[in-house]
Design a protein around this ligand. Structure first.
Ligand code: PLP
Ligand code: ZN
Length: 417
Protein backbone atom coordinates (compact mmCIF):
# COMPACT_ATOMS: atom_id res chain seq x y z
CA UNK A 1 0.00 0.00 0.00
CA UNK A 2 3.02 2.22 0.50
CA UNK A 3 2.92 3.59 -3.04
CA UNK A 4 -0.84 4.01 -3.47
CA UNK A 5 -1.70 7.65 -4.00
CA UNK A 6 -5.49 7.67 -4.42
CA UNK A 7 -8.45 6.28 -6.38
CA UNK A 8 -9.61 7.93 -9.59
CA UNK A 9 -12.96 7.57 -11.38
CA UNK A 10 -12.40 6.27 -14.93
CA UNK A 11 -15.51 8.14 -16.07
CA UNK A 12 -15.43 11.64 -14.51
CA UNK A 13 -11.76 11.56 -13.35
CA UNK A 14 -12.64 12.74 -9.83
CA UNK A 15 -10.05 11.69 -7.23
CA UNK A 16 -10.87 9.95 -3.94
CA UNK A 17 -8.90 8.87 -0.92
CA UNK A 18 -8.47 5.15 -0.59
CA UNK A 19 -11.19 3.69 1.62
CA UNK A 20 -12.16 0.10 2.27
CA UNK A 21 -15.83 0.79 1.60
CA UNK A 22 -15.51 2.85 -1.58
CA UNK A 23 -16.03 0.60 -4.61
CA UNK A 24 -17.40 2.88 -7.34
CA UNK A 25 -17.56 6.65 -7.87
CA UNK A 26 -20.28 8.18 -5.67
CA UNK A 27 -21.02 10.73 -8.42
CA UNK A 28 -21.22 8.33 -11.38
CA UNK A 29 -22.72 5.31 -9.65
CA UNK A 30 -21.99 1.79 -10.83
CA UNK A 31 -20.54 2.93 -14.17
CA UNK A 32 -17.94 5.02 -12.36
CA UNK A 33 -15.34 2.30 -12.00
CA UNK A 34 -12.37 3.40 -9.94
CA UNK A 35 -8.71 2.96 -10.69
CA UNK A 36 -5.91 2.70 -8.16
CA UNK A 37 -3.37 5.47 -8.83
CA UNK A 38 0.22 5.10 -7.62
CA UNK A 39 2.99 7.48 -6.73
CA UNK A 40 5.35 6.20 -9.42
CA UNK A 41 8.15 8.57 -8.39
CA UNK A 42 8.25 6.99 -4.94
CA UNK A 43 7.78 3.49 -6.33
CA UNK A 44 10.63 3.73 -8.82
CA UNK A 45 13.08 4.51 -6.04
CA UNK A 46 12.46 1.15 -4.36
CA UNK A 47 11.34 -1.18 -7.14
CA UNK A 48 14.03 -1.96 -9.68
CA UNK A 49 15.69 -4.99 -11.24
CA UNK A 50 17.84 -5.52 -8.17
CA UNK A 51 14.70 -5.67 -6.05
CA UNK A 52 13.40 -8.61 -8.08
CA UNK A 53 16.76 -10.31 -8.28
CA UNK A 54 16.93 -10.35 -4.49
CA UNK A 55 13.63 -12.27 -4.39
CA UNK A 56 13.97 -15.63 -6.13
CA UNK A 57 10.55 -16.95 -5.08
CA UNK A 58 8.41 -16.67 -8.20
CA UNK A 59 4.69 -16.19 -7.54
CA UNK A 60 2.44 -13.13 -7.67
CA UNK A 61 3.20 -12.06 -4.10
CA UNK A 62 6.66 -10.91 -5.12
CA UNK A 63 4.82 -7.92 -6.60
CA UNK A 64 2.89 -7.03 -3.41
CA UNK A 65 4.56 -3.61 -3.04
CA UNK A 66 3.27 -2.70 -6.51
CA UNK A 67 -0.29 -3.49 -5.46
CA UNK A 68 -2.95 -1.96 -3.21
CA UNK A 69 -2.47 -4.36 -0.28
CA UNK A 70 -1.76 -3.73 3.38
CA UNK A 71 -0.97 -7.37 4.07
CA UNK A 72 2.68 -8.41 3.96
CA UNK A 73 2.40 -12.01 5.18
CA UNK A 74 1.22 -14.34 2.41
CA UNK A 75 1.86 -17.65 4.14
CA UNK A 76 -1.86 -18.39 4.31
CA UNK A 77 -2.55 -17.87 0.62
CA UNK A 78 -2.37 -20.25 -2.30
CA UNK A 79 0.70 -19.84 -4.48
CA UNK A 80 -0.93 -17.94 -7.33
CA UNK A 81 1.00 -16.93 -10.45
CA UNK A 82 4.57 -17.85 -11.20
CA UNK A 83 3.27 -19.66 -14.28
CA UNK A 84 5.53 -20.72 -17.17
CA UNK A 85 6.13 -18.61 -20.26
CA UNK A 86 7.00 -21.06 -23.02
CA UNK A 87 8.59 -20.37 -26.37
CA UNK A 88 6.20 -21.96 -28.91
CA UNK A 89 8.43 -23.13 -31.76
CA UNK A 90 5.76 -25.30 -33.37
CA UNK A 91 3.34 -22.38 -33.58
CA UNK A 92 6.06 -20.16 -35.02
CA UNK A 93 6.63 -22.65 -37.82
CA UNK A 94 2.97 -23.23 -38.49
CA UNK A 95 1.79 -19.63 -38.52
CA UNK A 96 4.86 -17.63 -39.50
CA UNK A 97 5.27 -15.91 -36.16
CA UNK A 98 8.71 -14.47 -35.58
CA UNK A 99 8.79 -15.31 -31.90
CA UNK A 100 5.75 -16.62 -30.06
CA UNK A 101 5.36 -17.30 -26.34
CA UNK A 102 2.58 -18.90 -24.34
CA UNK A 103 1.82 -17.78 -20.80
CA UNK A 104 0.12 -20.82 -19.30
CA UNK A 105 -2.30 -19.44 -16.74
CA UNK A 106 -4.14 -22.73 -16.66
CA UNK A 107 -1.48 -23.85 -14.18
CA UNK A 108 -2.75 -21.54 -11.44
CA UNK A 109 -4.07 -23.23 -8.27
CA UNK A 110 -7.69 -23.44 -9.47
CA UNK A 111 -6.82 -23.52 -13.16
CA UNK A 112 -7.27 -19.97 -14.45
CA UNK A 113 -5.88 -16.44 -14.45
CA UNK A 114 -8.84 -15.45 -12.24
CA UNK A 115 -6.84 -16.72 -9.26
CA UNK A 116 -4.78 -13.54 -9.44
CA UNK A 117 -7.88 -11.44 -8.75
CA UNK A 118 -9.56 -13.81 -6.32
CA UNK A 119 -6.47 -14.09 -4.15
CA UNK A 120 -6.54 -10.30 -3.81
CA UNK A 121 -10.27 -10.30 -3.05
CA UNK A 122 -9.72 -12.70 -0.18
CA UNK A 123 -6.91 -10.60 1.25
CA UNK A 124 -8.92 -7.37 0.93
CA UNK A 125 -11.92 -8.97 2.65
CA UNK A 126 -9.63 -10.01 5.52
CA UNK A 127 -8.13 -6.54 5.71
CA UNK A 128 -11.70 -5.19 5.96
CA UNK A 129 -12.59 -7.79 8.61
CA UNK A 130 -15.32 -9.27 6.43
CA UNK A 131 -16.05 -12.98 6.60
CA UNK A 132 -18.20 -13.52 3.49
CA UNK A 133 -17.38 -12.76 -0.15
CA UNK A 134 -19.88 -12.89 -2.99
CA UNK A 135 -19.63 -12.83 -6.75
CA UNK A 136 -21.46 -13.58 -9.96
CA UNK A 137 -19.50 -15.54 -12.50
CA UNK A 138 -19.71 -17.80 -15.49
CA UNK A 139 -17.38 -20.04 -13.58
CA UNK A 140 -13.71 -19.22 -13.23
CA UNK A 141 -14.05 -16.12 -11.07
CA UNK A 142 -16.26 -18.12 -8.77
CA UNK A 143 -14.23 -21.32 -8.59
CA UNK A 144 -11.05 -19.35 -8.00
CA UNK A 145 -12.73 -17.29 -5.30
CA UNK A 146 -14.05 -20.42 -3.61
CA UNK A 147 -10.61 -22.06 -3.68
CA UNK A 148 -8.65 -19.07 -2.45
CA UNK A 149 -11.26 -18.36 0.22
CA UNK A 150 -11.29 -21.94 1.47
CA UNK A 151 -7.67 -21.68 2.51
CA UNK A 152 -8.28 -18.36 4.25
CA UNK A 153 -11.35 -19.52 6.16
CA UNK A 154 -13.72 -17.12 4.41
CA UNK A 155 -17.26 -18.01 3.32
CA UNK A 156 -18.30 -17.60 -0.31
CA UNK A 157 -21.70 -16.98 -1.93
CA UNK A 158 -21.63 -17.63 -5.64
CA UNK A 159 -24.26 -16.72 -8.24
CA UNK A 160 -23.88 -18.64 -11.50
CA UNK A 161 -25.98 -18.65 -14.66
CA UNK A 162 -27.77 -21.91 -15.48
CA UNK A 163 -25.32 -22.75 -18.34
CA UNK A 164 -22.17 -22.95 -16.17
CA UNK A 165 -20.11 -26.01 -17.28
CA UNK A 166 -20.02 -28.96 -14.92
CA UNK A 167 -16.22 -28.93 -14.42
CA UNK A 168 -16.42 -25.45 -12.99
CA UNK A 169 -19.42 -26.25 -10.81
CA UNK A 170 -17.62 -29.32 -9.48
CA UNK A 171 -14.75 -27.12 -8.29
CA UNK A 172 -17.16 -24.74 -6.56
CA UNK A 173 -18.89 -27.57 -4.81
CA UNK A 174 -15.60 -29.14 -3.75
CA UNK A 175 -14.36 -25.87 -2.26
CA UNK A 176 -17.53 -25.64 -0.19
CA UNK A 177 -19.10 -22.51 -1.66
CA UNK A 178 -22.80 -21.71 -1.26
CA UNK A 179 -23.89 -21.82 -4.91
CA UNK A 180 -26.99 -20.20 -6.34
CA UNK A 181 -27.75 -21.32 -9.89
CA UNK A 182 -29.76 -18.40 -11.21
CA UNK A 183 -32.50 -18.80 -13.80
CA UNK A 184 -31.30 -16.92 -16.90
CA UNK A 185 -27.94 -15.72 -18.22
CA UNK A 186 -24.86 -14.07 -16.71
CA UNK A 187 -26.67 -10.74 -16.52
CA UNK A 188 -29.37 -12.26 -14.34
CA UNK A 189 -26.78 -13.86 -12.04
CA UNK A 190 -24.90 -10.56 -11.83
CA UNK A 191 -27.98 -8.53 -10.95
CA UNK A 192 -29.02 -10.88 -8.18
CA UNK A 193 -25.49 -10.92 -6.74
CA UNK A 194 -25.44 -7.13 -6.69
CA UNK A 195 -28.79 -6.88 -4.94
CA UNK A 196 -27.66 -9.45 -2.37
CA UNK A 197 -24.29 -7.73 -1.78
CA UNK A 198 -26.05 -4.40 -1.23
CA UNK A 199 -28.54 -6.01 1.12
CA UNK A 200 -26.22 -8.21 3.21
CA UNK A 201 -23.01 -6.19 3.06
CA UNK A 202 -20.86 -9.07 1.80
CA UNK A 203 -17.46 -8.29 0.28
CA UNK A 204 -17.82 -7.78 -3.47
CA UNK A 205 -15.61 -9.85 -5.76
CA UNK A 206 -17.22 -8.65 -8.98
CA UNK A 207 -14.06 -7.79 -10.84
CA UNK A 208 -15.22 -4.70 -12.67
CA UNK A 209 -16.68 -3.01 -9.63
CA UNK A 210 -13.85 -3.77 -7.23
CA UNK A 211 -10.82 -1.63 -8.17
CA UNK A 212 -8.32 -3.86 -6.33
CA UNK A 213 -8.90 -6.95 -8.44
CA UNK A 214 -7.29 -5.54 -11.57
CA UNK A 215 -4.29 -4.88 -9.34
CA UNK A 216 -4.10 -8.65 -8.92
CA UNK A 217 -4.62 -9.38 -12.60
CA UNK A 218 -1.89 -7.00 -13.67
CA UNK A 219 0.71 -9.30 -12.12
CA UNK A 220 0.49 -11.50 -15.23
CA UNK A 221 2.02 -8.62 -17.19
CA UNK A 222 4.75 -8.19 -14.56
CA UNK A 223 5.62 -11.86 -14.97
CA UNK A 224 5.73 -11.75 -18.77
CA UNK A 225 8.04 -8.73 -18.55
CA UNK A 226 10.30 -10.40 -16.00
CA UNK A 227 10.34 -13.68 -17.92
CA UNK A 228 11.56 -11.74 -20.96
CA UNK A 229 14.18 -9.93 -18.95
CA UNK A 230 12.16 -6.69 -19.14
CA UNK A 231 12.08 -6.70 -22.94
CA UNK A 232 8.39 -7.46 -23.54
CA UNK A 233 7.15 -8.54 -26.97
CA UNK A 234 5.53 -6.31 -29.58
CA UNK A 235 2.13 -7.86 -28.91
CA UNK A 236 0.36 -9.45 -25.98
CA UNK A 237 -2.81 -11.36 -26.85
CA UNK A 238 -5.71 -11.75 -24.39
CA UNK A 239 -9.26 -13.04 -24.70
CA UNK A 240 -11.86 -10.56 -23.46
CA UNK A 241 -15.18 -10.93 -21.65
CA UNK A 242 -15.82 -8.21 -19.08
CA UNK A 243 -12.61 -6.41 -19.99
CA UNK A 244 -10.94 -6.70 -16.58
CA UNK A 245 -8.17 -9.04 -17.66
CA UNK A 246 -7.03 -6.93 -20.59
CA UNK A 247 -7.39 -3.84 -18.39
CA UNK A 248 -5.13 -5.50 -15.84
CA UNK A 249 -2.58 -6.52 -18.45
CA UNK A 250 -2.40 -2.92 -19.65
CA UNK A 251 -2.08 -1.58 -16.10
CA UNK A 252 0.77 -3.97 -15.36
CA UNK A 253 2.82 -2.90 -18.36
CA UNK A 254 1.98 0.74 -17.71
CA UNK A 255 3.26 0.48 -14.12
CA UNK A 256 6.53 -1.01 -15.33
CA UNK A 257 6.84 1.64 -18.01
CA UNK A 258 6.18 4.45 -15.54
CA UNK A 259 8.85 3.25 -13.14
CA UNK A 260 11.33 2.81 -15.97
CA UNK A 261 11.63 -0.99 -15.98
CA UNK A 262 10.47 -1.39 -19.59
CA UNK A 263 10.85 1.09 -22.41
CA UNK A 264 7.66 0.33 -24.32
CA UNK A 265 4.18 -0.95 -23.57
CA UNK A 266 3.27 -3.90 -25.81
CA UNK A 267 0.33 -3.52 -28.16
CA UNK A 268 -2.62 -5.47 -26.83
CA UNK A 269 -4.72 -7.70 -29.07
CA UNK A 270 -8.16 -8.23 -27.52
CA UNK A 271 -9.93 -11.34 -28.77
CA UNK A 272 -13.66 -12.04 -28.64
CA UNK A 273 -15.94 -14.71 -30.08
CA UNK A 274 -17.92 -13.79 -33.20
CA UNK A 275 -21.12 -14.69 -31.37
CA UNK A 276 -20.40 -12.21 -28.58
CA UNK A 277 -18.21 -9.27 -29.61
CA UNK A 278 -19.36 -6.03 -27.95
CA UNK A 279 -15.78 -4.74 -27.53
CA UNK A 280 -14.83 -5.52 -31.13
CA UNK A 281 -17.85 -3.65 -32.44
CA UNK A 282 -17.40 -0.66 -30.12
CA UNK A 283 -13.72 -0.42 -31.05
CA UNK A 284 -14.36 -0.73 -34.78
CA UNK A 285 -17.20 1.78 -34.84
CA UNK A 286 -15.70 4.10 -32.22
CA UNK A 287 -18.80 4.11 -30.09
CA UNK A 288 -19.93 2.93 -26.66
CA UNK A 289 -20.50 -0.75 -26.05
CA UNK A 290 -23.89 -2.20 -26.93
CA UNK A 291 -25.46 -5.28 -25.40
CA UNK A 292 -24.74 -8.42 -27.41
CA UNK A 293 -25.98 -12.01 -27.62
CA UNK A 294 -23.91 -14.59 -25.74
CA UNK A 295 -23.60 -17.14 -28.51
CA UNK A 296 -20.28 -19.00 -28.30
CA UNK A 297 -18.70 -22.15 -26.90
CA UNK A 298 -16.17 -19.82 -25.24
CA UNK A 299 -18.17 -19.67 -22.06
CA UNK A 300 -15.79 -17.49 -20.03
CA UNK A 301 -15.75 -14.66 -22.57
CA UNK A 302 -19.39 -14.80 -23.67
CA UNK A 303 -20.36 -11.68 -21.74
CA UNK A 304 -23.21 -9.77 -23.42
CA UNK A 305 -22.94 -6.71 -21.18
CA UNK A 306 -19.28 -6.26 -20.24
CA UNK A 307 -18.87 -4.69 -16.81
CA UNK A 308 -15.59 -2.96 -17.50
CA UNK A 309 -16.12 -1.19 -20.83
CA UNK A 310 -13.83 1.76 -20.18
CA UNK A 311 -10.78 -0.15 -18.95
CA UNK A 312 -11.33 -2.86 -21.58
CA UNK A 313 -11.42 -0.34 -24.44
CA UNK A 314 -8.70 1.92 -23.09
CA UNK A 315 -6.25 -0.96 -22.78
CA UNK A 316 -6.39 -1.45 -26.54
CA UNK A 317 -6.64 2.22 -27.49
CA UNK A 318 -3.80 3.38 -25.22
CA UNK A 319 -1.50 0.53 -26.27
CA UNK A 320 -2.25 1.11 -30.00
CA UNK A 321 -3.59 -2.41 -30.19
CA UNK A 322 -6.52 -4.08 -31.95
CA UNK A 323 -9.72 -5.93 -31.23
CA UNK A 324 -10.55 -9.01 -33.28
CA UNK A 325 -13.39 -11.56 -33.39
CA UNK A 326 -12.96 -15.23 -34.26
CA UNK A 327 -15.40 -18.08 -34.94
CA UNK A 328 -16.09 -21.01 -32.63
CA UNK A 329 -14.64 -23.18 -35.39
CA UNK A 330 -11.35 -21.27 -35.18
CA UNK A 331 -11.36 -21.64 -31.40
CA UNK A 332 -11.75 -25.41 -31.64
CA UNK A 333 -8.92 -25.61 -34.16
CA UNK A 334 -6.66 -23.46 -32.02
CA UNK A 335 -7.43 -25.59 -29.02
CA UNK A 336 -6.48 -28.74 -30.87
CA UNK A 337 -3.22 -27.25 -32.15
CA UNK A 338 -2.34 -25.97 -28.70
CA UNK A 339 -2.72 -29.38 -27.11
CA UNK A 340 -1.33 -31.46 -30.02
CA UNK A 341 1.67 -29.29 -30.80
CA UNK A 342 2.51 -27.51 -27.56
CA UNK A 343 1.15 -29.83 -24.87
CA UNK A 344 -1.13 -27.22 -23.36
CA UNK A 345 -4.74 -28.16 -22.77
CA UNK A 346 -6.75 -24.94 -22.78
CA UNK A 347 -10.42 -24.21 -22.26
CA UNK A 348 -12.14 -22.68 -25.31
CA UNK A 349 -12.00 -19.13 -23.95
CA UNK A 350 -8.25 -19.48 -23.54
CA UNK A 351 -7.66 -21.13 -26.92
CA UNK A 352 -9.58 -18.17 -28.34
CA UNK A 353 -6.50 -16.01 -27.75
CA UNK A 354 -4.41 -18.25 -30.01
CA UNK A 355 -7.19 -18.24 -32.61
CA UNK A 356 -7.11 -14.43 -32.48
CA UNK A 357 -3.32 -14.33 -32.87
CA UNK A 358 -3.49 -16.63 -35.90
CA UNK A 359 -6.17 -14.47 -37.50
CA UNK A 360 -4.26 -11.27 -36.70
CA UNK A 361 -1.14 -12.70 -38.33
CA UNK A 362 -3.16 -13.79 -41.37
CA UNK A 363 -4.54 -10.26 -41.70
CA UNK A 364 -1.03 -8.87 -41.19
CA UNK A 365 -2.11 -6.98 -38.07
CA UNK A 366 0.75 -8.86 -36.40
CA UNK A 367 3.67 -8.45 -38.82
CA UNK A 368 6.16 -11.17 -39.74
CA UNK A 369 8.94 -9.50 -37.80
CA UNK A 370 6.93 -8.89 -34.62
CA UNK A 371 7.08 -10.94 -31.43
CA UNK A 372 4.09 -11.95 -29.33
CA UNK A 373 3.01 -13.50 -26.08
CA UNK A 374 -0.36 -15.24 -25.92
CA UNK A 375 -2.01 -15.51 -22.52
CA UNK A 376 -3.67 -18.90 -22.13
CA UNK A 377 -6.19 -17.88 -19.50
CA UNK A 378 -7.72 -21.17 -18.38
CA UNK A 379 -7.24 -24.94 -18.20
CA UNK A 380 -8.95 -27.34 -20.60
CA UNK A 381 -10.12 -29.60 -17.78
CA UNK A 382 -12.59 -26.86 -16.90
CA UNK A 383 -14.74 -27.59 -19.91
CA UNK A 384 -13.69 -30.65 -21.95
CA UNK A 385 -17.21 -31.20 -23.26
CA UNK A 386 -16.94 -28.94 -26.34
CA UNK A 387 -13.74 -30.57 -27.51
CA UNK A 388 -15.13 -34.05 -27.34
CA UNK A 389 -15.90 -34.35 -31.05
CA UNK A 390 -12.56 -32.83 -32.11
CA UNK A 391 -10.15 -35.01 -30.25
CA UNK A 392 -9.31 -38.61 -31.05
CA UNK A 393 -11.29 -41.28 -29.25
CA UNK A 394 -9.54 -44.23 -27.56
CA UNK A 395 -9.31 -47.47 -29.54
CA UNK A 396 -11.29 -50.32 -28.03
CA UNK A 397 -9.05 -53.34 -27.69
CA UNK A 398 -9.26 -56.81 -26.14
CA UNK A 399 -6.94 -57.57 -23.26
CA UNK A 400 -4.45 -59.57 -25.35
CA UNK A 401 -1.23 -58.66 -27.14
CA UNK A 402 -2.21 -60.37 -30.39
CA UNK A 403 -5.26 -58.16 -30.69
CA UNK A 404 -3.05 -55.09 -30.23
CA UNK A 405 -0.49 -56.38 -32.76
CA UNK A 406 -3.20 -57.02 -35.29
CA UNK A 407 -4.57 -53.55 -34.80
CA UNK A 408 -1.18 -51.85 -35.09
CA UNK A 409 -0.25 -53.80 -38.22
CA UNK A 410 -3.54 -52.86 -39.80
CA UNK A 411 -2.92 -49.18 -38.99
CA UNK A 412 0.81 -49.44 -39.85
CA UNK A 413 1.64 -47.33 -36.84
CA UNK A 414 5.12 -47.33 -35.30
CA UNK A 415 4.98 -49.63 -32.30
CA UNK A 416 6.58 -47.27 -29.85
CA UNK A 417 9.78 -49.25 -29.36
C1 PLP B 1 -12.59 -14.35 -17.25
C2 PLP B 1 -11.85 -14.99 -18.35
C3 PLP B 1 -11.43 -14.29 -19.48
C4 PLP B 1 -11.73 -12.84 -19.74
O1 PLP B 1 -11.53 -11.97 -18.66
P1 PLP B 1 -12.44 -10.66 -18.51
O2 PLP B 1 -11.92 -9.94 -17.35
O3 PLP B 1 -13.84 -11.14 -18.29
O4 PLP B 1 -12.34 -9.92 -19.78
C5 PLP B 1 -10.73 -15.00 -20.44
N1 PLP B 1 -10.46 -16.31 -20.30
C6 PLP B 1 -10.82 -17.01 -19.22
C7 PLP B 1 -10.47 -18.45 -19.14
C8 PLP B 1 -11.54 -16.38 -18.21
O5 PLP B 1 -11.93 -17.10 -17.16
ZN1 ZN C 1 -17.09 9.53 -11.45
Amino acid sequence: MAYVSHLMCTLCHENYDLSPTLMTCPKCGEKGILEVVYDYRAMEKAINKAYFKARPHFDMWRYAPLMSLETTDFSNTLSVGGTPHYRAHALEDMYDFKQCYLKDEGLNPTGSLKDRASAVAVIKAKENKQTTIACASTGNAASSLAGNAARADIKTKIFVPKRAPSGKLAQLRAFGADIYSVEGNYKAAYNLSKAAIDHYGWYNRNAAINPHLIEGKKTVAFEIAEQMDFHPPHWVVVSVGDGCTIGGVYKGFKDLYEIGLIDKIPRLLGVQAEGCQPFVQAFKNQRDLEESDEDSIADSIAVGIPRNPIKGLNAVIMSHGEYIAISDEAILNASKVLSNKEGIFAEPSAAAALAGAIEARRKNIIKHDETLSIIITGNGLKDPHHLDKRIAKPTNIDNNLNALKKHLEKKKEPNDE
